[in-house]
Design a protein around this ligand. Sequence first.
Ligand code: SF4
Length: 743
Amino acid sequence: MATAAATNPLRVVHTVCSHDCPDSCGVLVTVDASGRAIKVAGDPSHPVTQGFLCGKVAKYLDRVYAPERILYPLRRKNGVAKGALQRGHEHEAFERVSWDEALDAIAARLKAVADEFGPESILPYSYAGTIGVLGFGSMDRRFFHRLGASQLIRTICSEAGGVAWTLVYGKKIGMPTEDYRLARLIIAWGANIHGNNVHLWPMVEQARRNGARLIVIDPYRTRTAALADWHIAIRPGTDVALALGMMHVILNEGLEDREYIDRMTHGFAALAERVREYTPERVAAWTGMTAAEIEQLAREYATTQPAAIRMNYGVQRTENGGTAARTIAMLPALTGAWKHRGGGGQLSTSGGFKWNKVAVERPDLALASPLKRLARSVNMCALGEALDEKRSESRDQGSAGTEAQKTVEPSSEDIPVKALFVYNSNPAAVAPNQNAVRHGMARPDLFTVVHELFFTDTTDYADYILPATTFLEHTDVQGAYGHYFVQLSQKAIEPPGEARNNVWLFSQLAQRMGFTEPAFRENEMDLIHQAMGMDAEGRATVPDMEHITLDDLKAQGHIPLAFHSDPEQPFQPYLNGPLPTPSGKIEFSSEVLAAQGLDPLPAFHPAVESRFGELATRYPLEFLSRKADNYMNSTFANLDGHRKMESRTSQRLEIHPADAASRGIAEGDQVRVWNDRGVLKLQALFNASLPAGVVAGKLDWGKLSADGANVNALTSERLTDLGAGATFYSTLVEVGKAVENHP
Ligand code: SF4
């Protein structure tokens, strides 16, 4: 789609926003004759992007050309200890080196660590700093498989919900985003559409202009909640109870769709029996709603068609979050909402994109590693535990450097992490239990490499920092988890300084490690061909992309998946079966869970860290570690323009006036928020829309506070009930007025 005319020295290049957002916008970048990007704009021809960008990315050139960008490889200066660095002074701890020096030194150290402690003592740590297929996981995975490094279990964000949805439907797809405009009722369940799924919002508005109602279920009064017809400020982590209570009312009043249930579902009788115990009165006691509200919600949902649920991942970041997502996912199957175009629901559309990940990531290269097998796995939600120095010490005192050490069992949890390679992530800010993470990262014996755009909380602990690229500066191919369009992101500008992308970095490093496989000499276009299974004619062969050629993709920028490409045959994912579940049907009762000896039906078990657990006697307040509307997790938090948009709630603890009064706290007071894991110092901001007993703080960079702590100083490494995900929203704390000299 790049165009150039003799009379117009400007080029417009089609790129794709690769930030961790469902919308995956088509972004048109205007580049001047000098090669400088001068404008970014949403692609007007993209049916979901609709020609506009969110507030975060509309100012993207501030990020691309930020004076603070890291432009050259950096090495920690001799004698400078690892630890939080004052913002703006980070460069004082590092010195510039050439890429050759950096790559040689990193390769040598990784070799030495692998020789002494076994390759599994090397841990890659990455997530969705970029969600392009290549940027998220391609050459890096090849490299770490071949090396024999530990595998990272990447569950910090969406795995609980993904597992949950798949247990019910067998695949992770939902109704097309564009069809929300046809709904008569929209329930945004843990979904801040206006804040972070902003391209769905015009569909919601169009539906409302046609008479639809918007109900938001969220403990926090988000922008979306403030704009809703009805905001239900449910207590955190009680969504399972509410969904089961709705089912109770629906069945009690005969509002279910028997035709759809008989034809499309499995386990209905058992579910009907289970939900008998979830009376509105019982559910009211858990959720903080009244019984009448639960009845009203259930009736309205079951008697309005099309009714569409937009669930987002906040729902599943609690201890029972997998079951929450699973139970909510069952609701449209009970009412037959899937039968109606504009009805049903969506958690993610990512299952529609069947990239050939095996070809891109090459797990077979693990057989060429010293292990001759796939390495052990480490859960990214428990990084603090993985970096625990006690584990490291006990190993050091054991058989360091012996052959026995190199042949440890793959399941061994005792292998110390001696090298950490971070890219696409900022774990010192975003991983739970921040104090444990930072403590581990400060270990002098831990060798840490970070591939980044800016100095972050994590680079403060790096031995080497390598400059990374933005999505304007490399080529990639991308799907989405909020629509069904394949897009090619073309390199629009040369990377500034010596910034390099993931593919180049891991290819270079592999060659320095002596990995001779041709897989390490492939480039972006080779990898894109492999991801789409391109044949000799340049036509994709992976399912639902067979109609796509690379030339068409280059010319058009975006092309819908096959099942979403015929306007005469709108895509309704669960209109008919069979489905790829064990029963071939939508599973109310899970055959997969039953086979594991687990309860196959959903049930509400309050979180250990909730007002219903024993710990609440010591820490009685439920803490919501919120995401900012104008950041992407911790991305963008360093940019002044973005921070200004978040200034009202930055470094604030939002607290209900009643909870503040009982603690002698006045608005504007400095407060301490603490539990057994850490302490945060914030300023009290009253918020009467929070449920009593719930407080909220926002994810920010730790280095923006005096002591380097952010909300994750309080969050736990406990994992979700399904999918081993993070439980950011199951956190108990106590709050008190800050007293001078209090640590
Ligand atoms: S962050 Fe999301 S909404 Fe914003 S430009 Fe990127 S994909 Fe679009």
